[in-house]
Design a protein around this ligand. Structure first.
Ligand code: ZN
Length: 53
C-alpha cells in the first residue's frame, strides 16, 4: 500500500458511508460507480507497466 492507495481507500470509505446514510437510489448508484472507478484506479496503480518504471 502506498500513499495514493491510502487516499483512494479513504475516498472509497467516504462513499460507502454516504451509501449507508442516503435513501436516494440514484445517489447510491452514483457512489457505486465512483467506487468501481476508484477500485480500477487503485488496481492500475500497481499493474505491471509495459513501459517499465
Ligand atoms: Zn499503492
Amino acid at each position: 500500500m502506498c500513499e495514493k492507495c491510502d487516499a483512494i481507500d479513504k475516498t472509497i470509505e467516504r462513499y460507502r458511508q454516504i451509501q449507508q446514510r442516503v435513501l436516494d437510489q440514484q445517489l447510491i448508484d452514483g457512489t457505486k460507480k465512483l467506487i468501481a472507478e476508484l477500485e480500477a484506479e487503485k488496481a492500475a496503480l500497481h499493474a505491471p507497466d509495459p513501459d517499465g518504471q
